[in-house]
Ligand binder design. Structure first.
Ligand SMILES: [Zn+2]
Length: 209
């Protein structure tokens, strides 16, 4: 499923099943608007579609996807902040109650961060992955002699924690969390083992959900 022709055929099946057969109440979603309860920050990786992995329907999830599912810190320097703008809309306009940072195994962005496989002068990816540089530094410090697999997994998970911290640099997120109106979650989809792990602040580990 990747040629435009196949994608158009896919849309026709979607329209038949979801509109004609009413599997999803699109009329309600159109008439009353979207009211998703959860916002997911996921990676662009084609294998980790949040709606598919979490078995959700249109209207269920407000999804932000970027390279390595990173949340930048709040800043206002006149740059183009796509992720921050989407967070603002999800939190302030839609009033989501949960934000889930959904990392995953075999992340290409984290691979580039750890292996330095992109040209920092010319690459948008290198600049973007700088958000997670503190995760890289911690992994290099704590897993100096570990295998590539262990280092990558540790960095994929540590980067989720960096994003959770960065979420709290947005005042309208921090205030809602403090008032109990919004909960932040760090999840890790292990595409090799078919498992979903969640960060447990008590054990400071990612545990199966
Ligand atoms: Zn990824």
């Amino acid at each position: 499923m990747n040629s435009p022709k196949q994608l158009i055929e896919g849309f026709r099946r979607f329209r038949k099943h979801h509109f004609a057969e009413g599997r999803v109440q699109f009329q309600d979603l159109v008439q009353f608007g979207q009211t998703p309860k959860a916002l997911v920050v996921a990676c662009c990786d084609s294998r980790v579609d949040p709606a598919l992995v979490l078995d959700c329907a249109p209207g269920d999830l407000f999804v932000i996807r970027n390279v390595a599912n990173l949340v930048p810190p709040a800043e206002n320097q006149g740059h183009y902040h796509g992720t921050s703008a989407a967070l603002e809309f999800g939190v302030r306009n839609l009033g989501v109650q949960h934000i889930i940072v959904l990392g995953h195994a075999q992340c290409g962005g984290i691979h580039a961060l750890l292996e330095g496989s992109v040209d920092k002068e010319k690459s948008f990816i290198a600049g973007w992955m700088g958000i997670a540089d503190s995760a890289r530094q911690q992994v290099e410090r704590m897993h100096t002699n570990a295998s590539s697999e262990v280092r990558h997994r540790a960095c994929e998970q540590q980067a989720i924690l960096v994003s959770l911290e960065n979420l709290k640099t947005f005042s309208w997120i921090r205030e809602r969390v403090e008032h109990g109106e919004l909960a932040l979650h760090g999840w890790y989809f292990d595409i090799e083992r078919g498992e979903l792990l969640g960060y447990d602040a008590a054990t400071q580990k990612f545990e199966p959900l």
